[in-house]
Design a protein around this ligand. Structure first.
Ligand SMILES: N[C@@H](CCC[C@H](N)C(=O)O)C(=O)O
Length: 278
């Protein structure tokens, strides 16, 4: 099968984006892994499918697959690329776009300067919503990893996040702890692990070890998760600049049941056709 694709990125978190409206697509898990492979395929952290709307009131269905082939419900950087893709390909002629995801509806807005603002919805802190095994909701949990006890916050932005505060992300043990937290038994659907360094109430630095993809250069939902956990703990304000290894995102959250807004760039790198095996 020959597949037309576009390679995009949001601050270095990279995507293979596929128009599944004008192409008939039915990819098996192994084929997604192959496309995501950086040596044997195109290479990406996530593969994104642009599908026709499955419900009334939205323009498209937005589906997301991690590099390990597993389908997930949320990807913030991918949402910005999705918006630019459908607009640049002429699949829509509006700058405000409504999409349905496995986590619910999202609104994407292309700003006059070309950046994209994504309404990431309301964060969910109840342990069952993350999901995370805990007796009661708390701002901080103690997570036992081997013989270490880690302090962390847990939240769902449509996907599960653990957020740990560290003194310095440059020296944080992301490669060692990331996989252990991702697969920790108290997170039954695994988790994305964020390592947050607070510079001041309006600026943090962040590295994220992503579920199903490993450490990425940026994670949009991870940036939102870090800000809402930090704000919930009284450490951050309503508007926070999040500096990730791949660049900076602007995150806004006014607390409570207000939605989280994320603004940042989306970039097209190249396009091509690939022969998919199997
Ligand atoms: N890179 C993403 C998150 C992608 C999904 C995540 N790895 C998961 O498994 O939940 C982002 O920008 O949000």
């Amino acid at each position: 099968m020959s597949l037309r694709f576009t390679k995009m990125h949001g601050l270095g978190n990279d995507f293979v984006v596929i128009d599944a409206i004008n192409q008939k697509i039915d990819l098996a898990r192994e084929q997604i892994r192959q496309l995501a492979d950086r040596r044997f395929g195109i290479g990406c952290d996530q593969l994104l499918l642009v599908e026709p709307p499955r419900e009334a009131g939205v323009d498209f269905t937005y589906r997301i697959f991690n590099a390990d082939g597993g389908e997930v419900a949320q990807c913030g950087n991918g949402a910005r690329c999705f918006a630019r893709f459908v607009r640049d390909k002429g699949l829509i002629d509006r700058d405000t776009i409504a999409v349905a995801t496995a986590a619910g509806r999202m609104t994407l807005r292309i700003e006059p300067d070309g950046q994209v603002t994504v309404n990431m919805g309301v964060p969910h802190f109840a342990p069952a919503d993350v999901p995370f095994e805990a007796d009661a909701p708390a701002e901080r949990y103690a997570l036992q990893v081997g013989d270490e006890t880690l302090g962390m916050g847990a939240v769902s932005l449509g996907n599960p996040h653990a957020v740990l505060e560290v003194d310095n992300i440059d020296t944080a043990p992301v490669e060692r702890l990331g996989p252990l937290i991702e697969a920790h038994p108290r997170f039954p659907r695994r988790v994305n692990a964020g390592f947050m360094q607070i510079l001041d109430a309006g600026h943090i630095r962040l590295r994220v070890y992503e579920r199903g993809a490993g450490e990425t250069l940026a994670c949009g939902s991870g940036a939102c998760a870090a800000v809402v956990v930090g704000r919930q703990q009284g450490r951050l304000g309503d508007k926070v600049e999040v500096t990730l290894p791949g660049g900076t995102l602007q995150i806004q959250w006014q607390g409570g049941d207000s939605p989280v807004l994320m603004t940042g760039p989306a970039t097209t790198v190249f396009e091509g056709n690939i022969q998919v095996q199997g």
